[in-house]
Design a binder for this molecule. Structure first.
Ligand SMILES: C[S@@+](CC[C@H](N)C(=O)[O-])C[C@H]1O[C@@H](n2cnc3c(N)ncnc32)[C@H](O)[C@@H]1O
Length: 301
């Protein structure tokens, strides 16, 4: 991994507590209810989960810690991410977390298995583009998790590929899906130009773009999976900041710099002035940041 990738991994770690606060609890509660009903109707069968764009596996650890899979004694959880080296970061994060949470862990040929109080979870990490991974995975998945990733993918094609691997009544959970609004405070005269350009850069190529959360609400039913729960999961980060929040905000400013810096929509002087002001706000513990996201849960017809 490059130092750029290391910074991304630090960002993902810092993002965990921001996501913890943001996740839409009623949608999560609906996921738990549906998993419980599924466990009852398919007694004795394991829960099979695939998480795409899994990063270091934060969502898997969170769902286990929060008891979302408690209706199941056996869970098979496959994580897919195309970034090389991410699997090692995930393994390190899982080892640390499993030790602290009292799970025993033993390596398996393609990941590891953790056990606690008679429950076992097999964790597998696949380094691959998700479209390739979906062609080899059997059509035997109960739950797909697409956490903070759909906005960088061709939406219809990705949702179609993911739904194609679900069993009857399978669930599709897309938490922290970006949905079109970024704001920083205190306000700055170049906010509209810089943040407008930032959202424009999300539209290039096949990317689903800045309105992915809202778009999901029609794409999922169109493709045969009506939405059963959804709600806002906005990131709201305000001073005073701890170290994690500072790392998180510094990287968000880095994303704006890298993307808007390559676009012609804002001249370099305006962008540099805006960035300098934002880094000063951050250093002075004055920067507030809001990003609007949606959590969406759908169930295959
Ligand atoms: C913003 S990160 C989110 C990671 C993780 N879900 C989290 O929120 O902690 C998006 C991840 O999706 C991965 N990704 C993007 N496009 C992908 C693709 N086509 N196939 C597999 N992974 C992809 C990236 O490598 C990155 O790790």
């Amino acid at each position: 991994m490059t130092s750029h990738d290391d910074r991304f991994v630090h960002y993902l770690r810092a993002k965990e507590s921001v996501d913890d606060r943001a996740l839409h609890r009623p949608t999560l509660a609906s996921l738990i209810d549906r998993l419980e009903a599924r466990a009852e109707s398919r007694s004795g069968q394991p829960l099979r989960v695939v998480s795409v764009g899994a990063g270091t596996g934060a969502m898997c650890r969170r769902l286990l810690s929060w008891g979302v899979f408690d209706a199941y004694d056996e869970i098979k959880y496959v994580m897919v991410d195309r970034k090389r080296g991410m699997a090692d970061h995930a393994a390190a994060a899982f080892a640390k977390w499993a030790r602290a949470a009292g799970w025993t862990a033993e390596p398996t040929p393609d990941g590891f298995r953790i056990e606690r109080h008679g429950r076992s979870v097999s964790l597998t990490y696949v380094t691959s583009d998700l479209f390739e991974a979906m062609t080899v995975l059997p059509k035997a998945i109960d739950l797909v998790v697409a956490h903070a990733v759909l906005d960088v993918l061709p939406l219809r094609r990705a949702v179609d590929a993911l739904l194609s691997r679900l069993t009857d009544g399978g669930l599709f959970y897309a938490p922290i899906t970006f949905d079109g609004r970024t704001a920083f405070r205190p306000s700055h005269p170049a906010d509209e130009a810089v943040l407008g350009a930032y959202h424009e850069t999300m539209c290039g190529g096949e990317r689903a773009g800045p309105d992915t959360g809202s778009d999901l609400l029609s794409v999922l039913p169109d493709l045969g999976a009506p939405v059963v729960a959804a709600g806002g999961s906005d990131w709201v980060v305000h001073p005073p900041h701890d170290d994690e929040a500072r790392i998180f905000l510094d990287r968000v400013l880095g994303f704006v710099e890298e993307s808007v810096g390559k676009s012609a929509a804002v001249d370099r002087e305006t962008l540099d002035g805006w960035l300098e002001a934002r880094h000063d706000d951050l250093a002075g513990d004055e920067l507030a940041y809001v990003a609007h996201n949606l959590d969406v849960l759908a169930e295959l017809d």
